[in-house]
Write a protein that binds this ligand. Sequence first.
Ligand SMILES: Cc1cc2nc3c(=O)[nH]c(=O)nc-3n(C[C@H](O)[C@H](O)[C@H](O)COP(=O)(O)O)c2cc1C
Length: 148
Amino acid sequence: MKVIGINGSPRKNGNTAILIQTVFNELIKEGIETELIQLSENKVEGCKACRACHKNRNKQCIITDDFFNECLAKMIASDGIILGSPVYSAGVTSQMKALIDRASMVLAGNKGLLKHKVGASVIAARRGGLSVLLIPLTTFCTVKKCSL
Ligand SMILES: Cc1cc2nc3c(=O)[nH]c(=O)nc-3n(C[C@H](O)[C@H](O)[C@H](O)COP(=O)(O)O)c2cc1C
């Protein structure tokens, strides 16, 4: 069994990474394999709303010169997905937003790819706004794509 954690912070070893690693430590104790994916090192562009993914239905985005398709393939191959982001101006980071937007479009055109996977989110903040992030992160992990 494998769980991936996707860190949407541009700070590779910052607070969000610590939170994901804290969850990983518990999973590792249970013998679960983990992999940390850093969006700081792996560029994901924003969605172009071309809807080619709906026409092609090949489980991929038509933008092929960034990390997105590799990241989505890792999500599809995993048993569980942790999305992590710091609060940036009362939202997720632009890196995490780009991933969620593009994954949501591809998944809408390729139904069931993340069905029965477990999803969870971790959020880092300095002052507040954590509950606002629960909407994009938890919605992606539970209501829209994975099932708990
Ligand atoms: C551009 C930017 C915007 C931020 N906006 C908020 C905010 O709206 N609310 C908040 O509590 N913290 C905000 N922060 C602080 C980060 O959420 C906080 O420092 C977090 O722990 C950083 O996590 P990281 O180390 O994983 O990057 C902001 C930080 C930056 C750089």
